[in-house]
Write a protein that binds this ligand. Structure first.
Ligand SMILES: [Zn+2]
Length: 273
């Protein structure tokens, strides 16, 4: 699932590719147009002729803006939404939901193998996009200092991993980076937030900031070095998430995993308390 670091790369890269480009045509894949929460044909006709301005990120949503228009194309990629930027000649993958054909010959394609993504066209995302109005401050928001973070933590009780992933607490963290943040903070995922002492809360806040800024730098570097196309993720750099058979890079203990509800949590019993 793309989370804050991958979406940060996407917003920056897609802005670079798309700003000032005119959408000459929207091609829908009828078998996958379900992800578009708008009458599909109307969606295609409305977007034709529009000029893209920028792509911003809010939590785990991407918002595509248009010149001289209040409406935005709002995309929540969920589990498997991916973006490809390519020439018209590039082979079309089966998971493609829709394609924005751009004047000049390039295309932006939105792909989703599981069709869990949701796509909206709206000038009022707070009213029209479920959960958007409930988003907490961005996990990398410069105004989110330790005092603000600790105050929010007092209001969101429960297991720390669930709280970190709750977009109403802070926006942008999902399953993978929650594991990484908790490893960095040396805290077990099932600890309850009410059991954290002052130094543990401070360690958690510091880990949110460093893990996300380091990961954002790494995914940007990977893309700059052409290690993978935009629609692929290379998360081999993660330290515990998905590393069930490895040893902890900090203490050498074998990494533990818990699987529940189709999702997995990874942590180290040797150095997370
Ligand atoms: Zn360890």
């Amino acid at each position: 699932m793309p989370e804050l670091p991958e979406l940060e790369l996407l917003s920056e890269t897609l802005t670079r590719y798309l700003a000032g480009k005119t959408i000459s045509e929207v091609v829908l894949n009828p078998a996958r147009a379900f992800v578009i929460r708008h009458p599909a044909q109307d969606f295609a006709e409305t977007l034709r002729g529009r000029v893209l301005s920028d792509v911003r990120r809010r939590g785990k949503f991407l918002l595509f803006g248009f010149a001289e228009c209040d409406e935005q194309l709002v995309i929540n990629p969920m589990l498997s939404g991916r973006f490809a930027y390519c020439s018209r000649a590039a082979p079309t993958l089966a998971a493609t939901c829709f394609t924005l054909r751009l004047a000049g010959g390039d295309e932006m394609r939105f792909l989703d193998a599981t069709m869990m993504a949701r796509v909206y066209l709206t000038s009022r995302p707070e009213a029209d996009v479920p959960t958007f109005a409930d988003l907490g401050p961005d996990a990398r928001d410069p105004h989110l200092d330790f005092a603000a973070f600790a105050a929010r933590l007092r209001k969101h009780r429960g297991e720390i991993k669930n709280v970190l992933r709750n977009q109403a607490f802070i926006a942008g963290v999902g399953n993978a980076y929650a594991d990484e943040i908790l490893w960095e903070a040396r805290l077990r995922p099932l600890r309850r937030t009410s059991t954290l002492d002052d130094s543990e809360r401070a360690a958690l806040y510091a880990a949110v900031r460093t893990v996300l800024s380091d990961a954002t730098a790494i995914v940007k570097q990977q893309y700059a070095e052409h290690k993978h196309p935009l629609h692929k993720q290379d998360r081999s750099f993660l330290r515990v998430h998905g590393k069930g058979k490895a040893v902890c890079p900090r203490c050498g203990h074998r990494i533990s995993s818990i699987h529940s509800g189709g999702e997995s949590t990874y942590f180290c019993r040797g150095c997370q308390v």
